[in-house]
Design a protein around this ligand. Structure first.
Ligand code: ADP
Ligand code: MG
Length: 253
């Protein structure tokens, strides 16, 4: 069993009288892709941003890589990678300039081209941020999470609004990041995404966790109850047809 890298115990968050997070607990293991899966408004971003030290909690305990969030928030910041809001990027700077700018803010020295290689954007090194497609912007924002060589990266709905090819490219990229030993915690409301990408998911609804398991186990458990899909399932979907026809492999999205 691998080591626990994030421990969340009995986390509550109130916005005024409204309780957005209602006593959730979960552990994230080192080296896994852990998903917070739930509908809009479930409390995913709130939970993520509290662990990222960007929002205050109402109560509960959070330990990140052995450090208590209440006592060592600045040390936690050093070992995590957070996606910056893409709206905060300077649209007129090119990708290398942006990476150098962010690296300066983190006080890190980086090789911008090596980072762009990791997210398959070296050929866009001199392109301005505003000139890129949605998928490219998301890949670039993932590159920015890697600047400080973090142990854990946090991705909040990284594929929302992307087309099927761009989503699959991003899934591959996230798996590569995990392969290099980085722990990934991701939020999504896409069930198919959680199923292919996450090692384990916490299903969250109205501020409560209702299940934590691997997607495989959750599906097997459901099947074991005698559940059957009402209709015969085809072996491919329209999305598979689309991907096959348009080809996602080396497409620059
Ligand atoms: P999710 O990311 O799962 O869509 P959020 O964590 O963004 O959910 O929001 C959870 C709930 O908390 C929602 O009902 C949302 O409207 C509410 N909420 C989020 N941020 C604030 C805030 N700053 N002030 C008041 N309510 C908020
Ligand atoms: Mg959200």
């Amino acid at each position: 069993m691998s080591k626990t890298i994030i421990e969340v115990k009995n986390l509550f968050k109130k916005y005024g009288d409204f309780e957005a997070v209602k006593g959730i607990s979960f552990d994230v293991k080192e080296g896994e892709i852990f998903g917070l899966l739930g509908p809009n408004g479930a409390g995913k971003s709130t939970t993520l941003e509290i662990i990222e030290t960007l929002r205050t909690k109402t109560s509960g305990e959070i330990i990140v890589d052995g450090m208590d969030l209440d006592k060592l928030p600045n040390d936690i910041k050093k070992i995590i990678g957070v996606q910056l809001q893409t709206s905060g990027y300077y649209p007129g700077l090119n990708l290398v300039e942006l990476l150098n700018l962010f690296a300066g803010l983190y006080n890190e020295s980086i090789d911008p081209f090596a980072l762009l290689d990791k997210v398959n954007l070296r050929d866009k090194a001199k392109s301005k941020f505003k000139e890129m497609s949605g998928g490219q912007k998301q890949r670039f924002s993932i590159a920015t999470t890697l600047i400080n060589k973090p142990k854990i990266i946090f991705l909040d709905e990284p594929t929302t609004g992307l087309d099927p090819q761009a989503r699959r490219n991003l899934w591959e990229l996230i798996k590569e990041i995990r392969s290099s030993g980085t722990t990934v915690i991701i939020t999504t409301h896409y069930m198919d995404e959680a199923e292919v990408l996450c090692d384990r998911v916490a299903i969250i609804d109205s501020g409560k966790i209702i299940a934590i398991e691997s997607p495989d186990q959750l599906i097997d458990d459901l099947v074991a109850t005698g559940f059957e899909r009402p209709k015969e399932v085809k072996k491919a979907s329209l999305e598979d047809v689309f991907i096959k026809l348009t080809g996602h492999e080396l497409r620059a999205d």
